[in-house]
Design a protein around this ligand. Structure first.
Ligand SMILES: [Zn+2]
Length: 448
């Protein structure tokens, strides 16, 4: 339980020290907490960290478009100083999407638009998002809302642009690191490959504090995301070790809780870094012996004790996806299975398997039995063969809907749950002809 009077730091100290893992650490309250004399945290889906200087505020990130006006209101209740600089930790929409609210806040007060600092690759990311607008709309709505592949055009577009109109682009960029002083406060911005290729973490020596962006998220690292571009686990670990070398006394990530205390921070950073390093070492060692992706995915695991830590639970991403991401990074897209190098169309495989099995109905019945016995992996293969063999069959789709409903519940990660919810919605559409409603699930760190 959290208590109303408990500060985010008191809560994180308790969770880390006592290993409590049944409290959701990412709280979308839009409330501001002071973390030090001139430093504050506004908790949202993605947080804003605010620093007071003699020449105005520095804001690390701006939260998402829906949170923008709330985080600006919370900031304004704390300080009426103009925002001098916005530092983007990276270019994900939940970090930059609220920037237009910072711009309008400045405009309303007659202040200049804040200076925006970010890594030089951040603008390339925004360009890529603009080029893949439809895809990004769809995958985010699948990840958080269970929108199926086949209904992308009906359900995939939120009606709003993926990059909100008025989102500020960086006007100050750098390559590897940048030390600057704003209003008497020194900041060292450092580039890191990790979750993204455009991350910035900042060391603030006067506060002995680090803003970590998404390099620490109070969840198993977002290092395998099945629908998104390459992640860089080893460089990620190196960035966490570079943070630890600063011996910070305060670590403020963009999701989850701030962590205080040099030893506590060092321990948490080392755990995440070591987990990533071990996973890379094991996958690469197996690749070097000629193992296939199938063998690797089904043999390499992250220890349950690690995944039970309050800041390592696999509720957003999960190790199995990270393993695939490592294979893609050091190998290629081919998984080592000769039939899958140039496969037959799914529909042809499904039709052939259904014929051998005695029809799609027999496959669906066996799939339900396997699901009943808890073997969802195998059940899903069989039901997919059945669904492509008889794409209009209510019998097949009602089994499919049931299997994916159960499988979604059995999974831990939001990414797996979203995709399986999408498959369930797709079958429901076949049966009812009604396009399902999208319910976006953003409380991603909630164990439910
Ligand atoms: Zn994020």
């Amino acid at each position: 339980m959290t208590t109303a009077s408990e500060s985010p730091i008191e809560l994180s100290t308790r969770l880390v020290d006592e290993g409590i893992n049944n409290v959701a650490p990412n709280r979308i309250t839009h409330e501001l907490s002071e973390l030090g004399d001139n430093l504050a945290l506004i908790e949202a889906f993605s947080h804003v960290i605010a620093l007071k200087t003699d020449e105005g505020l520095v804001a690390f990130d701006t939260s998402s478009s829906p949170s923008g006006k709330h985080v600006v209101a919370a900031l304004r209740a704390w300080s009426t100083d103009p925002v001098n600089t916005i530092v983007y930790t990276h270019g994900h929409m939940d970090h930059v999407g609220g920037s237009r609210n910072f711009a309008s806040d400045a405009r309303d007060a007659g202040n200049p638009t804040p200076r925006v600092l970010g890594h030089k690759k951040l603008s390339d990311r925004l360009d890529r998002y603009a080029a893949t607008e439809g895809y990004n709309q769809a995958i985010n709505r699948r990840q958080f809302g269970g929108v199926p592949q086949s209904l992308i055009t009906q359900m995939g577009n939120s009606g709003r642009p993926f990059i909100p109109d008025g989102t500020l682009r960086p006007d100050v960029t750098y390559e590897t690191s940048l030390v600057e002083t704003v209003g008497g406060v020194e900041m060292e911005h450092n580039y890191a490959l990790g979750e993204t290729d455009d991350h910035t973490w900042t060391w603030i020596p006067s506060a002995k504090a680090i803003t970590a962006g998404d390099l620490f998220i109070w969840n198993f690292p977002n290092c395998g995301n099945p629908q998104k571009v390459q992640r860089y686990p080893l460089e990620w670990a190196q960035a966490l070790r570079a943070m630890a070398a600063k011996e910070p006394e305060l670590l403020v990530p963009a999701h989850g809780l701030p962590i205080a205390g040099a030893d506590r921070i060092a321990g948490c950073l080392d755990t995440v870094a070591s987990t990533l390093e071990k996973l890379v070492a094991e996958v690469v060692a197996a690749m070097n012996t000629g193992a296939t992706l199938d063998e690797i995915v089904h043999s390499i695991k992250v220890a349950d004790e690690t995944l039970a830590l309050p800041y390592m639970r696999p509720f957003y991403d999960e190790p199995e996806f990270a393993i695939r991401n490592i294979w893609r990074l050091y190998g290629g897209w081919w998984d080592g299975h000769p039939a899958r190098l140039k496969p037959a169309p799914d529909s042809a495989i499904g039709a052939e398997v259904a014929r051998l099995a005695g029809g799609a109905g027999a496959l669906a019945a066996r799939a339900l039995e396997l699901a009943e016995a808890g073997d969802f992996r195998l059940a899903c293969h069989l039901i997919e063969f059945a669904a492509v063999a008889e794409p209009e069959s209510n019998e097949v789709h009602s089994a499919r809907s049931e299997i994916y409903a159960q499988r979604g519940k059995a999974e831990t990660s939001l990414m797996a749950k979203g995709i399986f919810r999408g498959a369930k919605a797709e079958s429901e559409y076949v049966i009812t002809g009604e396009v399902p409603e999208v319910k976006m699930k953003i409380a991603l760190l909630d164990p439910s």
